[in-house]
Design a protein around this ligand. Structure first.
Ligand code: NDP
Length: 255
């Protein structure tokens, strides 16, 4: 039976692999993101339908609802990323947000607050707001899966804090949706290579460190995460809810 599936941030990386998995089995998938070009490429490659949407924006979410089928079986809250990377890459974005800035000035504290909020919005609010908007239209027997991170247990500033917040908020969501036969879980990837998230941002040394921390001796692939999302969204997982499932090749918490 074909299901209706929304993958947020589904134009690239892990989200695209998730979309590809579901379209491959005949599901009707909608992928979203803020940039049109990657969305169009993803739609062409996977057969998913693309919709531009910034998941931090309530107005954009309401417009998205109009573009979705009336009932949605699976919501994958994948949109996110470490907004500190953007600030680092372009000092003009937030010059005083870095850890070395003197925290005793109003300007530095305001910049820190801006940086912290950006990660909470990108990684926690996106999931909460999207789920809130769609909640009433989730089908009985359906599933919500959020993409968390190993950073939630390792600690990684406001990014890790936002990802950790997902599991607390999800525990509550699982209780809300449970009576309707809908599950809610977090998949927490470790280092996944070849997505935009880390591309060109890791030194060879850091990459080797991350791989050395795994038991499998390799970086994860987006498809490794997609397989786990698919399992949690399947009837085989109907009694699993409110959980965090780690997909990290046995990486132990280390920095
Ligand atoms: P990508 O950068 O390829 O994917 C992130 C996607 O999210 C992009 O397509 C981006 O598109 C979209 N996105 C970001 N913010 C928004 C927003 N506000 N509204 C709509 N779309 C948004 O990286 P990954 O595939 O690696 O990341 C996917 C998820 O996995 C993220 O939540 C990330 O935190 C998590 N993760 C990744 C790990 C890794 O090692 N790669 C490890 C652990 C977790 P656009 O910019 O066009 O909006």
């Amino acid at each position: 039976m074909s299901r209706a599936i929304l993958v947020t941030g589904g134009a690239t990386g892990i989200g695209r692999a998730v979309a590809r998995h579901f379209t491959g089995r005949g599901d009707a998938v909608v992928v979203t993101g803020r940039r049109r070009a990657p969305l169009e490429a993803a739609a062409e490659e996977t057969g998913a339908r693309a919709a531009v949407c910034d998941h931090t924006d309530p107005g954009a979410l309401l417009a998205l609802l109009d573009a979705l089928p009336h009932t949605v079986d699976v919501l994958v809250n994948n949109a996110g990323g470490n907004t500190d990377f953007d600030a680092e890459a372009d000092p003009a974005v937030d010059p005083a947000a870095g850890p070395s800035a003197d925290p005793r000035t109003a300007e530095a504290l305001a910049a820190y607050a801006r940086g912290f909020r950006a990660n909470l919005e990108a990684n926690l609010l996106t999931a909460a707001l999207t789920t809130r908007a769609l909640e009433g239209r989730l089908a009985p027997g359906g599933a919500v899966v959020h993409i968390g991170s190993i950073a939630a247990v390792q600690g990684a500033g406001s990014y890790g804090a936002a990802k950790a917040g997902l599991s607390s908020w999800n525990a509550d969501l699982a209780r809300t949706l449970g009576p309707r036969g809908i599950t809610a879980n977090v998949v927490a990837p470790g280092y996944i290579a070849d997505t935009e998230f880390f591309r060109d941002r890791l030194s060879a040394e850091r990459r080797a460190q991350l791989i050395a921390a795994t038991a499998t001796g390799r970086a994860g692939a987006p498809e490794d995460v997609a397989g786990t999302v698919a399992f949690l969204a399947s009837p085989a997982a109907r009694h699993i809810t409110g959980q965090v499932l780690h997909v990290n090749g046995g990486a132990y918490p280390t920095r």
